[in-house]
Design a binder for this molecule. Structure first.
Ligand SMILES: [Zn+2]
Length: 434
């Protein structure tokens, strides 16, 4: 038994006082009723704790729903951003193609201009070779009359102007193409900026998504922990309920004992008043129907036969701060009996993930109440509410629950068992050991 339930403490005292003592029954009954009230109070506290835990669980579920809807919103935003990134990327491709096309066109125009320039230069060279402008002048001077001169001059001017016009047009085309390219390059830069912004936004959204993921994981972990706490509270509630019925059973036993004592007293009085009284009738009446032998010191018997393998307290193999709240008795034999160490009432008999098959018994010895825990049993042979007598077999040794080998883990608590095991005491010196 290494693990212990934690986080809560049962404050109820299960005092099955004078349960088998048979002295001062009325007092015992009223003290038992007081203890029963205390247990009832504790139960209602635990129930209100369970309600609080339920509220916490609901609040956590709400928070989880909020986070999930936030995550959905982020997912939509990521989808949207991805669509925009695809759109801008396509736009960039398109714009780049447009720039390439414009550059090609500019190149062609430039070539055309260069060719034309070449042509004009060629023509100018020809003029120079043949006398250049002089040839023009020759043309002009060769005019027969003024009208012919005007015609010739006009023709020369037209040719020269046409050359200039073509050049101007080419320059204009080139300029327009360059302007277009500049415009498209500005557009490209703007789309690239938008794409960068979108990619940044996408990164932020992904970071937010990751944050929400972690938040959700934290909330789910909290829920798991609180749920575990709730199960512990329910376990505590079950134990308190069992203690309550164990006390109820003890009250009943006290009342039966009181009734039997009263009947005996009446019979003794009747026998005393009758001279012809039969001595055997007193003998019959003195035979008790319930175990009523006064429990004295030496009332305990050993919990099981075997070898004492581990004592109460810190153990070398234990982590610092860990504590062994009981003792261990091991036995390799088959069907090793586990015994009730004293008379008592079974509080609980059940399977626990830590204790395995376990039996809790409330005892009253010389006015002191004790709770014993016998854990890791293979089989339990008693049920909650049963009265047991010292030395009665309550189960068979086993290795169930959090156990590494066949042994009995036995705890002795002065008063009631609590989850913190604050009442655990060393049984050695009180309970005989093998
Ligand atoms: Zn142990």
């Amino acid at each position: 038994m290494k693990k212990s339930l934690k986080m809560f403490a049962v404050s109820a005292v299960v005092g099955i006082s004078s349960m088998f003592g048979g002295i001062a029954e009325a007092e015992s009954v009223s003290s038992l009723k007081e203890q029963q009230n205390q247990v009832q109070k504790d139960r209602s506290n635990v129930k209100s704790d369970i309600n609080k835990v339920d509220e916490q669980l609901n609040s956590l579920k709400d928070q989880q729903e909020d986070v999930k809807s936030e995550m959905q919103r982020i997912d939509f935003a990521i989808d949207d951003t991805h669509a925009k990134i695809r759109e801008k990327t396509a736009k960039i491709e398109e714009t780049k193609a447009e720039i390439t096309r414009l550059q090609e066109e500019i190149k062609v125009t430039k070539e055309r201009i260069d060719k034309r320039n070449e042509l004009l230069k060629e023509r100018a060279r020809n003029y120079q070779v043949t006398g250049g402008m002089v040839s023009y002048l020759d043309v002009l001077m060769g005019a027969k009359d003024f009208s012919d001169f005007i015609g010739r001059a006009s023709a020369v001017a037209t040719i020269m102007q046409a050359d200039q016009e073509i050049l101007k047009q080419h320059e204009a085309d080139k300029k327009s193409l360059e302007e277009n390219q500049a415009k498209v390059e500005v557009e490209l830069a703007s789309v690239e900026t938008m794409l960068n912004e979108l990619e940044e936004m996408n990164q932020q959204l992904n970071a937010q998504r990751e944050e929400k993921n972690q938040l959700l994981a934290t909330l789910e972990k909290q829920e798991e922990e609180i749920h575990e706490h709730k199960m512990e509270l329910q376990e505590e509630e079950n134990l308190l309920a069992a203690q309550e019925s164990a006390i109820q059973r003890a009250i009943q036993l006290e009342q039966e004992r009181a009734a039997a004592a009263a009947a005996k007293a009446a019979a003794v009085a009747a026998a005393a008043s009758s001279s012809s009284g039969n001595s055997t009738s007193g003998g019959e009446l003195s035979a008790p129907s319930a175990p009523s032998a006064p429990v004295s010191s030496g009332a305990f018997t050993m919990p099981a036969p075997g070898t004492f393998t581990s004592g109460f307290g810190n153990r070398d193999s234990f982590r610092p701060g860990d504590f062994h709240y009981g003792i261990d008795i091991a036995n390799r034999a088959g069907n090793v009996p586990i015994w009730a160490v004293a008379d008592g009432v079974v509080i609980r008999s059940y399977y626990s993930s830590s204790y395995g098959n376990v039996v809790f018994i409330a005892h009253s010895v010389n006015g002191q109440t004790y709770t014993t825990v016998s854990a890791h049993m293979e089989t339990r042979m008693v049920s909650a509410g049963d009265t047991v007598s010292k030395g009665q077999q309550i189960g068979i040794m086993g290795s169930t629950g959090d156990s590494t080998g066949k042994h009995l883990h036995f705890e002795l608590h002065r008063g009631q068992w609590t989850a913190s095991k604050g009442n655990a005491i060393n049984p050695v010196g009180i309970v005989p050991m093998p």
